[in-house]
Each structure stands twice: as structure tokens, then as C-alpha cells.
Unconditional design. Structure first.
Lengths: 494, 340
């Protein structure tokens, strides 16, 4: 379980007959520019932003839906699975090309299919290709007074196809909801290369909501080759608050009070003291350095409602012990405050060679207990853990900072990760809020769901994707309730 | 009445639902699932035995601090509304018509109320669902936290499936604070462009006389928006109830023009693409043809109209058929649903 071993272990493997034949056919479809078969060309696609990696047979980079269909048909004809991929910012190994029984899948990257097909301003929606970067849609929409609400912290790199596949979240989920609520229709390509338009644009659906199942399908139901996304009018007024607290518990209690107040904030983010201190040197966001935790709060909408929300939040924060509460005095200060939150991963990269990012959710009333548990786990495993939280949603992201070259370190990191997940489960929480199951959380599903639940999920998946070629080995555990849940399932390299 | 059943089952718990479905499956029978009947009683009467959720009732857990509530499927929406209001909270899933409705029934049909424009779709308020499939398998999907991507999203799949995939027995719903201020306004004449001039109104409904707007904002904001759009305080609109036509909102103007040619009473949810209709059978049939021509569907909720409830616009796709077959392999759960 150490980095660097994986690539060498399989580099010299000889190709089977079907593999050789498939590669020749793929080259015919994609040309040399659209297919990577060499060791170096494959190496970049061994993993997403997680540590889990595996060697693909090849990497296909189609430019069109038609090319993608031809690639999938070629895979089908040779019985070789495929792993869909976009920007590779996923954190759960969903785009790591593992295959059952050692079969190497073809990575099918949709990164080159990155057009904004149509910005339909009157109807406030956009048709996009899957490789379009989230922030680019936001920028295009903004010129028309519109916005795309889902805003994961990775939005400058993450693609909308990936956001659909993982049912991504972000900072403004609390009132705007997760990705699924913003997906009006999905074009799902099955393993035969046939595109199914799964429509959810109508106010009342006629028939089953297969769109809803596909969002969050993590590539196991096929490849999302297009999507129609809902845009919202940009809010006329925004109020952003930055509040410092003397303890994590005080900040968590303030979150509890805000969530049950008259008006829900549109965003409630919590950062612990380690996160605050780390980003300050990197982003100069103006966070209070003496605070044990800070809350970033935002109210959006019409001016009187925003002002009322800000007044309430200011009052509640102080009532729960806030030592400082500052309202952003304009767009520049607001941008600086959010820059700090979104810069956490970048700041960590300057601090430690490696980080491992967790994603768990607890009911909001258990947030304080969960935060305390993360601190205790860090102390027990002698690890530096900093935590940022989509606090309004009870969604924690502990970052474990480490150097993998240290003897025994990886084992301690994953032990901590395991304990964080187990603690969330014990607090009636769940194992992933927005990053997805992938392979990282796959073996935990048996602890969340019973055998019947998983059998029903499997039946739905198999009905939509009967070939079993689409992103095998992901989401559903291969064996149910057997053995202990693992952070790193068998067959995946770290 | 839409109930003309040879037998009537009233299970009191999941085990009894499993038992009812399994027995029915064993004798190659079918079941129709009924909540309060607010929608089912407005479909043409069926012959299948009815499985009622009337005794699957009660609030299992309301967690005000988590903004969630878990209820059994047969719980009435009005009862739930009262209980949540004690804590200043609501789940903005609206009853359809005046005959009461259950949580399970509203999830199963997923019909839109006027506030869907501002509050979002029925499907978006469901966090966890417990159900019994047509194969008699009890299952849970989703979780009680507001964010959860653990496993496939079967909550969305069950919502709006009209009881064809499983019997919903329990639901955990997302809640929100009751808006501090709520007021209807209206224009003097119908103005279909009003909705696009306003910032996120809670509801916009146009009749042949005027356009009604619901604001759920700070009163100062509501007043300012109303003044800017030249709207005056008004009563909520009356909604025709015989039929509902739904098209992609982008096709609504075209459908509206077609409906104007017919002898119908119409109320239109601008931006949602939903039209409530009253009229005679021939006019409703013509409206259905128009909705289908524009890629939509029309649902008839009046058994006296003499039209099938569902039309061609509701015909399942091949892919949907495969999913139905996976969860209800022996066609126990109203397999004729989309044809009746």
C-alpha cells in the first residue's frame, strides 16, 4: 500500500487477443490523438483526486457523442468494460479504472466534449456537454443575470458531467438543494451506444423519474453525454457574514440556532482554527486568527429579507458567544471571504505533501458531537486533521494532512478515515454527502443498508445497465455484510 | 368514487404490506394502492383489490433541530401541517383539491401545487423512503440527513411512480421554516410575462381574468415587487380540477394558444408549464391532443368526463419498462396504471 508500486506492477502485462483487437478498433475511431495506450499516457488516468488507482487498458478521448457511441460499441463487442471520467476531481475513486477479476477497463474521458450547447435565457436553462467546467457555465449565465446554483469547491475544475454523475453538492445546498434539483434532463448513453433522453423538465413527470436515478449514478448506469440544467435569477441582494467563535461547540450551537431561525441562511460554512490559520497565509481572507472556529454565513434574495436575515444571524451568533461578527461591506470583501473557504485544498498543498479528504454527514443536531470526535480521532492517531463543514447541512470534510513517505503513515490515515465514517454512522449520519461512494465507500454500504435494500438497488442498476460494462466494481459492494468495511477495497492501489 | 374493489386491505405495518403483496403475487393477482383517495377517486374505477394506507399512519419522528420529519405513508398532509406549524416549520408539499391527501399519495403521484414554482418539486423534499416492492421486498433508500449520496437515488424514482414500483410505507421529509409573510397579489388583466419580471415569486397563476402572484418574502420586499409590477392585493385563484395539462415550460405559450381556441376554463401556472382545466369531454380530448402535440401529457381527474385518465403522453419508455419489471416482476402493482 505505497504510492508508486502500482504503475510498475502492471506495466509489463501482455495484451490479450480481445484487448489488442479492441485497441486497433479504438484507434480507427479516435485516431492517434484521441487514444492513449502507452504507459505514460495511461498513468495520468490511473486515479481521480483520491488515492485509489488502477491501470486502465487505454484512455479514449472522444470529441463527439457519435465517437463516444462508437467507443462504447467497440468495448461491448470485445466484452471490455469502460470507466467514464471527466475532470477527475472526484474523491471516492469513482473514476479509478478498476475492473472485476483483474480485467482492465478503457477509461472514456468526456473532457473534450465541453461545449455549452445552448443557453436558453427566456426559459432559464442550459444544455451542456458533460466536459463543460462548472464555473464556465456560471460565468456564461452571469452575463444574462442568471446563475447556476450548485457550487462545489472544485468548481473551477470539476465538470458538469461529473457533477451529474456524483450528484454534487456545494456551499449553497442548504436552500438551493443538491445537483439533482438543478438537473432538468439527462442524456444517458448506454453500453450499446444508444442515447436515452431522461426528461424531468416538466412540472409533473409522465412516467418514471429515471433522470433522478441517473443523477448520482457514478457512471455505473452509462455515460452522461448531455444535460439540461436549471438556471436561477441572480439574487439582487447578498449579505455575507464572518463570525469568530471561542470554541467549536459554540460555533456548532450557533449553527443549530440558525437552522431553526425564521429564515434559513443560504449558506452556513464552518472552518476550524487549523483551517482558518492555514488559509489566512494563503488567501488573506481576513478571518479572525484568535477564533477556535469561524462561520461564514450568506443570505441571498431581496434587500429587506437579506437585511432581516443578517440582523438575526448577527444576534444569534453573538448570543452563542461569537467574539467577532463582520458583514462584508461589498463584493470585494465577500469574494475575499469565500476565496478563503475555497482555497483550503490549495493551502494544504503548500503545507503537507499529501492530504486525505473525508466526506461524512450527520443530522445537524449532532454536529458538535461529530466535531469533537474528529478532534479525538486526530489526537489518537497522532495526525493533523483540519475540518471544514457545510454546517447547515451537517456535512463534514475533515482533511488529514500527512506525508506518505513516513513509515506506517498511510495505515494511520486510513484508520482515522475509517473511524470518522464509523462515528458518523453511530450518530445516525451517513458515509458520503456529496463526494459519492465510488470504491472508497463501497464496502460501507452494507453498514448503511441491509441485504434487501442493496438487492433492490442492484435490481434497478441492472435493469438500466444490463451489460455490466459501465464502471464495474463501483458503488454497490460485491459481497454484502461480509467482513469489515474497508477504506481501500481489495484490488485498488493506494 | 374510484373504488369498486372486490376486497380492501388495510395493513398496519410493513410486515403486513409484505404479506399482502406476496400473497397477491402468489395468486397472480394485482393490487391498487390507495391513500386518502384524493386522486385515486378521481380516476375511472378499477377492479383490483385495494391496498389502503389508512392504517399506516402517524408521525414517527419530528426533529425540529434537524429540519426533518419521518411519517408513515397514510398520514394526512393537513395533520402533518398542523404538527409542524407548532414548531414554525413546514414541508411545502401541497394537497391537491379539497378532499385531503396523504403523504404517501402525494409522493406517489407527485402532482404539482401552485407553490412548486418557489418551493421546488415534490421529489426534492423526500430524503428517505421505505417501501415494499412488487416482488414483496421491503427496502429503504436515502437517509435522514439532508445531503446523502450513499447508493442510488431511489427516492426520486419512487416519487411520481404512481404506485407501480412499490408501496411507500414511510417517508422522511425535508422541512423549512414557514415563511414569515405570505400574500397573494393580482394584476388587472392576464399578464403571462409577470413571472419573468419578478425575483423568485412563490407562485404565479394566470386565469382568463388576471394573473395571480404569491409572495413569500419579507413584507417590504413583497410590497416593492408588487408595486413595481403593478399588482394589487388579491384572493388566491380558483383552480379548475377536471384535468391537468403539462408541457415543457418552453412550449407553454404554444399550448396556451391552442387551449384558448377550446371551450375550457383554464388556469395556467406560468413558468411551470402546467394548466388546470375544466370542460366537456370533447374539449378535454382536444386539449389532450394539443398537449401531446407539444410533447406533453394531459391527466384527467374526473371519472365522469368519459376519458381515460392517462394518455399517450404517459406511455412508459422501454427503459422505464425494464425498471418496472425489475421491481415488480409479476405485475402486481397496478400494471395497467398508465393505460387507464
Amino acid at each position: 500500500m505505497t504510492g508508486g508500486v502500482g504503475p510498475l506492477a502492471t506495466a509489463g502485462r501482455e495484451l490479450t487477443g480481445p484487448e489488442t483487437s479492441l485497441l486497433a478498433r479504438l484507434e480507427g475511431i479516435l485516431g492517434g490523438d484521441g487514444l492513449r495506450t502507452g504507459h505514460l499516457g495511461r498513468a495520468t488516468y490511473r486515479r481521480d483526486a483520491s488515492f485509489l488507482n488502477a491501470d486502465p487498458l487505454a484512455v479514449a478521448l472522444p470529441r463527439t457523442v457519435e465517437q463516444t457511441a462508437q467507443v462504447l460499441r467497440a468495448c461491448r463487442d470485445h466484452g471490455i468494460p469502460f470507466t467514464p471520467r471527466a475532470a477527475g476531481t472526484g474523491l471516492a475513486g469513482g473514476a479509478t479504472p478498476t475492473g472485476e477479476a483483474g480485467v482492465r477497463p478503457v477509461v472514456v474521458s468526456v473532457a473534450r466534449m465541453d461545449r455549452l450547447r445552448q443557453l436558453d435565457v427566456p426559459n432559464r436553462r442550459a444544455w451542456v456537454e458533460p466536459g463543460l467546467v462548472n464555473a464556465r457555465l456560471g460565468k456564461a449565465a452571469a452575463t444574462h443575470g442568471l446563475r447556476f446554483a450548485p457550487d462545489p469547491a472544485s468548481q473551477i475544475a470539476a465538470t458538469l458531467g461529473g457533477n451529474v454523475a456524483t450528484n454534487a453538492g456545494g456551499i449553497h445546498v442548504l436552500t438551493y438543494g443538491v445537483m439533482s434539483q438543478h438537473v432538468l434532463a439527462v442524456e444517458l448513453m448506454d453500453a450499446d451506444g444508444v442515447v436515452h433522453v431522461l426528461d424531468g423538465a416538466r412540472a409533473e413527470q409522465a412516467g418514471l423519474d429515471l433522470r433522478g436515478v441517473t443523477v448520482g449514478g457514478e457512471g455505473t448506469l452509462g455515460i452522461v453525454v448531455g444535460a439540461c440544467l436549471r438556471l436561477l435569477p441572480s439574487p439582487p441582494a447578498v449579505g455575507t457574514l464572518l463570525a469568530g467563535f471561542p470554541s467549536l461547540d459554540a460555533a456548532a450551537a450557533a449553527v443549530g440556532a440558525l437552522v431553526v431561525s425564521d429564515r434559513l441562511p443560504d449558506a452556513v460554512e464552518l472552518m476550524d482554527a487549523r483551517a482558518v490559520s492555514l488559509v489566512e497565509g494563503y488567501a488573506q481572507a481576513g478571518y479572525p486568527q484568535d477564533a477556535a472556529a469561524v462561520l461564514l454565513l450568506e443570505y441571498e434574495g431581496l434587500p429587506a429579507g437579506v437585511d432581516a436575515g443578517v440582523v438575526t444571524a448577527d444576534h444569534l451568533a453573538r448570543e452563542h458567544g461569537a467574539t467577532s461578527v463582520v458583514r462584508a461591506d461589498g463584493p470585494d470583501q465577500r469574494a475575499r471571504i469565500w476565496k478563503g473557504r475555497k482555497a483550503v485544498a490549495g493551502a494544504i498543498a503548500k503545507r503537507a505533501p499529501d492530504f486525505y479528504l473525508q466526506d461524512v454527514v450527520v443530522p445537524r443536531s449532532r454536529l458538535g458531537e461529530m466535531l469533537d470526535a474528529v478532534v479525538a480521532i486526530g489526537e489518537r492517531e497522532r495526525l493533523e486533521i483540519l475540518t471544514v463543514v457545510h454546517a447547515g447541512d451537517g456535512n463534514l470534510h475533515p482533511f488529514v494532512l500527512f506525508d506518505r513517505r513516513e513509515e506506517g503513515m498511510i495505515d494511520r490515515v486510513f484508520a482515522a478515515g475509517h473511524d470518522i465514517v464509523a462515528t458518523a454512522l453511530s450518530l445516525d449520519g451517513t458515509v458520503t454527502g456529496e463526494h459519492g461512494v465510488g470504491i472508497e465507500k463501497r464496502d460501507f454500504l452494507g453498514e448503511v443498508f441491509d441485504a434487501d435494500d442493496l438487492a433492490v438497488q442492484r435490481a434497478v442498476r441492472d435493469a438500466i445497465e444490463p451489460s455490466g460494462l459501465a464502471n464495474p466494481d463501483k458503488v454497490l459492494p460485491t459481497t454484502v455484510g461480509c467482513g469489515e468495511a474497508r477504506m481501500v477495497p481489495e484490488g485498488a492501489w493506494v | 368514487m374510484g373504488v369498486n374493489a372486490t376486497s380492501y386491505l388495510e395493513p398496519t405495518g410493513t410486515d403486513e404490506v409484505v404479506d399482502a403483496v406476496t400473497r397477491t403475487r402468489g395468486r397472480a393477482g394485482t393490487l391498487e394502492i390507495r391513500g386518502a383517495g384524493s386522486v385515486l377517486d378521481r380516476l375511472p374505477a378499477g377492479e383490483a383489490p385495494v391496498l389502503s394506507t389508512a392504517r399506516l399512519t402517524g408521525i414517527v419522528d419530528h426533529a425540529p433541530a434537524d429540519l426533518t420529519v419521518t411519517v408513515r405513508a397514510g398520514t394526512r398532509l393537513d395533520e402533518l401541517r398542523e404538527r409542524l406549524a407548532e414548531h414554525g416549520q413546514e414541508c411545502p408539499i401541497e394537497p391537491i383539491g379539497e378532499h385531503g391527501a396523504t403523504v404517501g399519495g402525494r409522493l406517489a403521484t407527485a402532482l404539482a401545487g401552485p407553490r412548486q414554482l418557489g418551493a421546488g418539486r415534490v421529489r426534492d423534499w423526500l430524503l428517505r423512503v421505505r417501501f415494499v416492492t412488487g416482488a414483496g421486498t421491503p427496502a429503504t433508500a436515502g437517509g435522514v440527513t439532508v445531503k446523502d449520496v450513499t447508493g442510488f437515488d431511489l427516492c426520486r424514482l419512487l416519487t411520481g411512480s404512481w404506485g407501480t414500483l412499490g408501496v411507500i410505507t414511510e417517508a422522511t421529509l425535508k422541512l423549512r421554516p414557514i415563511p414569515a409573510h405570505r400574500a397573494w397579489y393580482a394584476s388587472d388583466t392576464p399578464r403571462h410575462d409577470v413571472a419573468s419580471q419578478l425575483y423568485r415569486p412563490a407562485a404565479v397563476v394566470s386565469t382568463t381574468e388576471r394573473t395571480h402572484v404569491l409572495f413569500e418574502d419579507h413584507p417590504d420586499d413583497a410590497g416593492a415587487q408588487a408595486a413595481a409590477a403593478d399588482l394589487s392585493p388579491a384572493e388566491p385563484p380558483a383552480l379548475p380540477a377536471s384535468a391537468r395539462a403539462v408541457v415543457d415550460p418552453a412550449r407553454l405559450a404554444a399550448l396556451r394558444a391552442d387551449l384558448a381556441e377550446l371551450d375550457l376554463t383554464v388556469a395556467i401556472h406560468d413558468q411551470l408549464g402546467l394548466c388546470h382545466l375544466d370542460g366537456q369531454a370533447d374539449a378535454l380530448a382536444a386539449a389532450r391532443a394539443a398537449a401531446e402535440r407539444h410533447g406533453g401529457a394531459l391527466l384527467v381527474l374526473d371519472p365522469s368526463a368519459g376519458l381515460p385518465a392517462f394518455g399517450r403522453g404517459h406511455a412508459p419508455t422501454a427503459l422505464a419498462g425494464r425498471v418496472s419489471a425489475a421491481l415488480d416482476p409479476d405485475d402486481v402493482l397496478a400494471p395497467w396504471r398508465w393505460q387507464r
